[in-house]
Design a protein around this ligand. Structure first.
Ligand code: HEM
Length: 184
């Protein structure tokens, strides 16, 4: 089967609806499981929330590091080639299947913990939220790039995507130090 005859190929109009449906089902299942856990764990829910937060963070960061790397290789693929069409499918699946839902889960559980235990107080927390906003802005920028690549409209060179690839790494290092060391 060629890349373009794949169900999730760039030209398939149904793929957007299917991906949204899958994401809605996934988030629905997570909401139900979280509600069950919330009632079962009672006062012990906080560490569970932190575990889910960290799992989501890992998934979000894995995607945010992999996506610009895919762009680096995609730039060199000839427009209209099977390779280029395959990159489009990989990029869209990564964005919709992993990066978007992982970001939502990270935010929901992060904000809940920030409210529940820290009452939104603490310099480290304010700095962390500010940096996560920057990370979310980068997420939006990469989502826009996925659209541009899908329409063969990317004009940025591989070097640009190599540099962009370093930004989530730097943000992640500072964010993790802020939340674990809590230096201020
Ligand atoms: C979306 C906004 C976010 C908010 C509001 C938030 C907030 C929080 C809060 C309140 C905690 C609990 C801290 C504790 O119990 O000491 C926590 C834990 C943690 N967060 Fe976030 N977070 C966010 C996003 C992120 C991101 C993007 C990363 C990594 C890149 C991250 C990494 C972690 C880690 C590693 C922990 C566990 C720390 C520990 O157990 O000591 N968070 N977060």
């Amino acid at each position: 089967m060629s890349a373009t005859s794949n169900d999730d190929s760039p030209g398939n109009q149904n793929s957007t609806g299917q991906a949204m449906k899958r994401m809605a089902i996934g988030i629905g299942v997570l909401v139900v499981l979280t509600a069950l856990l919330f009632y079962a764990a009672g006062d012990g829910f906080y560490p569970w929330a932190k575990a889910i937060h960290v799992i989501a963070v890992i998934s979000w960061m894995a995607g945010m590091l992999y996506l610009p790397r895919l762009f680096v290789y995609h730039v060199d693929a000839e427009k209209g080639s099977v390779q280029s069409e395959t990159f489009k499918v990989m990029e869209r699946r990564l964005l919709r299947g992993i990066i978007n839902p992982a970001m939502i889960v990270t935010w929901v559980f992060g904000l809940w913990m920030a409210w529940k235990v820290f009452h939104f107080q603490g310099g480290w927390l304010h700095a962390k939220i500010a940096l996560v906003l920057v990370l979310s802005g980068l997420h939006g920028y990469l989502a826009g790039a996925v659209r541009k690549f899908a329409e063969d409209r990317n004009e940025k060179p591989a070097r640009h995507w190599r540099i962009v690839n370093e930004i989530p790494t730097l943000l992640m290092i500072v964010i993790v130090i802020l939340v674990i060391v809590k230096p201020f």
